[in-house]
Write a protein that binds this ligand. Sequence first.
Ligand code: ADP
Length: 435
Amino acid sequence: MSTNKAWLQELWSGLALGACAGLLAGLFGHFTLWLMLGLLAYLSWHVWHLYRFHHWLALDGRGAMPDGMSIWHELYYQVYRLNKRHRRSRRRLLDGLQQFRVATAAMPEAAIVLSAEGEIIWVNRSAETLVGITRNDVKNRITNLLRFPPFVDYVLGGVYERAVELPSPLDNGRSLSAQITTYGDNQRLLIVRDITLLTQLEQVRRDFVANVSHELRTPLTVISGYLETLSGMDDVALNRYRRPFEQMQQQAGRMRSIIDDLLFLSKVESPRGTRGSELVPVAKLLNVLVAEAQSLSGDQRHEILLTQAEATALFGSEHELRSAFSNLVFNAVRYTPPGGRIELSWKIDQRGGHFSVRDTGVGIAAEHIPRLTERFYRVDASRSRDEGGTGLGLAIVKHVVERHLGTLEITSVLGKGSCFTCHFPLSKLALNRAG
Ligand code: ADP
């Protein structure tokens, strides 16, 4: 029955009741009395249906739908339909939840939901086998259970673009990678996966490069030594070989630089390498770099300025940071024409510390920028070689900055100049200490 029809029927019943009261009043008089009696009967009928309706609802609408006439039948039917729809969507939701549980239980990765405060809200089954965290650890802080310092820095740092590597707390020989994704009301999903095989392969590659470089060092030292002795000899017979000797010495020097950079790169690439935790006085370091850059510039007379140097130190390895920063500064000198301007700055804001080198040099076309930090990637290979570059400088910078939980940003306009900025998180700054 449609709703309109039900209401029409209800209206007709009311009118019939009024007509009956009128008829009985015509026969026996007392119209008001008959009308009151009629209304009482009508009210009692509705109260009875209200009682049955309430009783049926109290049973969650599970019993048989009560039969009824006119508007009550319509009401029962509408509630019955709503109830059926609600039960169907609940079943669908429960099925979805069940499937989600089965899927997360079958996942080889550990999935851990964290609150904004870093407390564990939910864990899947793999979390127990990978990191030893179970449902009993719910409400505990993740940083109290997984205490590996770079992981703690990562969780507290709030910058989750990259994953962080950590040793398995259950088996020191296994390596894990952890990545956080934020969602909803500042909740975080932590996914931990086993990357032991990948790390072993990476280690084999790094060890190979480091061993080859190391093995090449000794013969190269011997060759360079002999070349130096030969070029220093005051022998007329050797005079015609002066030029080839010079070139051989130059190339041997280049090879030594490449080997040194390769060895340094394999060290900063390795998660096994010790991460320094010294207080690095950045402002002091930059003053030294400005002096070194001026001496490299020599008679090219670049204008080299330290525009801002806040008195804030950085936690990390002084040797690594010095090497990374000097690579950026020396690149600026090498790729800026004589008389150009080079600005160094160290700024602090609410996001962290930012070291930048801005130059008015040759600039870099946009298509090269994403590949600059690859090993041996050069925009202009012959220019780089002429300038004594190894093609490894920016790869070293990127790894050193990442080891300090930072990111490297490169902006450049071809023909106008470039800006290389290293962003470090607040957790790496010693805000109350002079630097
Ligand atoms: P290289 O030893 O060749 O300088 P890097 O890794 O330091 O190697 O740099 C990679 C390439 O990036 C360089 O070959 C050069 O083409 C480009 N590059 C680096 N710094 C600058 C700069 N300040 N201005 C222009 N180009 C740059």
